[in-house]
Design a protein around this ligand. Structure first.
Ligand code: AHR
Length: 505
């Protein structure tokens, strides 16, 4: 198979917001307890956080993290997690039928996030609570001193305010499973008033209003229209969520779900434009894709378990063993976010540790990187800067979810200093190699800095990394590409994900 690709320095899509590579972590399963926090673990620091996990997290250079939920947030009382640990109440978490010990709360999480070099993005509970609770939480976190909530924070040993800028207005409020689920108009009104109250604290706060839980919800996309009609002028982002899987074992269709995601983004972009025009609004709002990932390997089994179990503490939940195919899929999804970076400013991999995660742990044992860790890492490290328009002429296929899908999936980014280009390229074909000819105009002479490849053999699609064999699926150096002037040529292995870094000039 043969494909040609054309890129020009002046044909750009958008400046990528670094937060396109953000993450999400929730109080559920073993994400917090037994994930990032395990005081008895041999690598735990004085605060009880696992250093081996922190090291893997740091390797991802994550700009921001959404916390503490998720469905969990919709019945969460954040005050349960502050003050001396021994005084904190144990509660039943209604979202995941588990016991929440509150041994990690906002101040503990802030210590972890600071250590990891990640900015916090906090969600308020609009399920069982409302404006009053949101206002108190923001005051506790962001006000310097001299008020009830700020002085309470100071009495808990945190002298300086956190200055949290990003606040999510609840979670998946369209979902009947959500505690405190609402109708669109009702939620839109509440989100509008909460956003105004939260922003009244100043400090450049940005808010994220809940869009649909996914594009298969019966109320999608009218939910977005109705919600935005209530709050457009007072919010900054609307959230999108989508989880993926390949239960039918149809790999090409699985990969084509990325096209479907492109349509999802495009449709919500259209709704945003419609409401903006209807309201004669001056402000722009963008997309915060604040939950995305592969979630299907144990989904049915997990769901059976947690609906009937007897309130366990930090149970294993949604611990997916990601394989090579999932890694290639995640690389493709990140490519789509780069291509849509004019609309999508924030995207959060859901989640970060143990629960549908790039990092897994054994309690008392090792931590390891799952297969999807690598494409997420490459995108976060080398996908920052300006997204370039990429014209691709590739053989195509038809799938159940999309027609005319390119076998070659490409995204390209010019780094902020203009000194290098990263090309993320996927050959989706299961058997055939792809001869590529990429013409990169306007950059002068290029040289290859590095070429990393994952995959190359579809018979290994279902291989996953495990605690005992954490390095079964990792990137390796590619050697089949060369550059002459501004032309990159060579061969991409079948069923592979590549990161090609080129030096400019
Ligand atoms: O990430 C797992 C769950 O998926 C989140 O709690 C919820 O927001 C979504 O439905």
């Amino acid at each position: 198979m043969k494909s040609t690709v054309t890129i020009h320095r002046d044909f750009t899509i958008a400046r990528i917001d670094d937060r396109l590579y953000a993450a999400f972590i929730e109080h559920m399963g073993r994400a917090i307890y037994g994930g990032i926090y395990e005081p008895d673990h041999p690598t735990a620091n004085a605060h009880g956080f696992r250093q081996d996990v922190l090291e893997l997290v740091r390797g991802l250079n994550i700009p921001a993290i959404r916390y503490p939920g998720g469905n969990f947030v919709s019945a969460y009382k954040w005050e349960d997690g502050i003050g001396p640990r021994e005084d904190r109440p144990v509660r039943l978490d209604l979202a995941w039928r588990s016991k929440e010990t509150n041994q990690v709360g906002i101040n503990d999480f802030a210590v972890w996030a600071k250590d990891a070099g990640i900015e916090m993005m906090l969600a308020v509970n609009l399920g069982t609570r409302g404006i009053e609770d949101a206002r108190n939480f923001v005051e506790y976190c962001n006000h310097p001193s001299g008020t009830y909530w700020s002085d309470l924070r100071r009495s808990h040993g945190v002298a300086d305010p956190y200055g949290v800028k990003m606040w999510c207005l609840g979670n998946e409020m369209d979902g009947p499973w959500q505690i405190g689920h609402m109708e669109a108009k009702e939620y839109g009104r509440l989100a509008d008033e909460t956003s105004k109250a939260v922003k009244a604290f100043g400090g450049g706060i940005e808010t994220v209003v809940c869009g649909s839980s996914n594009d298969e919800m019966p109320s999608y996309p009218d939910w977005e229209r109705q919600v935005l009609e209530e709050c457009y002028e007072n919010v900054d982002y609307i959230s999108l969520h989508k989880y993926f899987g390949n239960s039918s074992r149809d790999t090409l269709n699985y990969f084509a779900k990325i096209e479907e995601t492109g349509r999802y983004i495009q449709s919500i972009g259209g709704v945003i434009d419609y409401v903006k025009a209807k309201k004669r609004a001056k402000n722009d709002i963008y997309i915060c894709f604040d939950e995305w990932n592969v979630w299907y390997h144990n989904r049915e089994e997990d769901s059976k378990n947690w609906h009937s179990w007897d309130w366990p503490e930090a149970p294993a939940l949604l611990e997916e063993d990601y394989n090579l195919e999932d890694a290639i899929f995640v690389g493709g999804l990140l490519n789509e976010f780069i291509r849509r970076s004019d609309r999508v400013k924030i995207a959060c991999i859901a989640q970060l540790v143990n629960v549908i995660a790039p990092i897994r742990t054994k309690t008392g044992g090792p931590a390891w990187a799952t297969t999807i860790y690598y494409p997420y890492q490459f995108a976060s490290l080398y996908g920052r800067g300006t997204a370039l328009n990429v014209a691709v002429d590739s053989p195509q296929y038809n799938a159940h979810v999309a027609q005319d899908v390119n076998y070659l999936d490409v995204a390209a980014v010019l780094t902020p200093d203009g000194k290098s280009i990263t090309v993320f390229a996927i050959n989706r074909h299961l058997e055939e190699e792809m001869d590529v000819n990429m013409a990169l105009h306007g950059f002068g002479d290029l040289t290859v800095i590095d070429h990393q490849v994952m995959g190359g053999d579809a018979s290994k699609a279902r291989i996953a990394n495990t605690a005992d064999q954490p390095d079964l699926v990792i990137p390796r150096k590619g050697d089949k590409l060369s550059v002459d002037g501004g032309e990159l040529t060579g061969r991409l292995p079948a069923f592979s994900y590549s990161v090609i870094r080129l030096a400019v000039g």
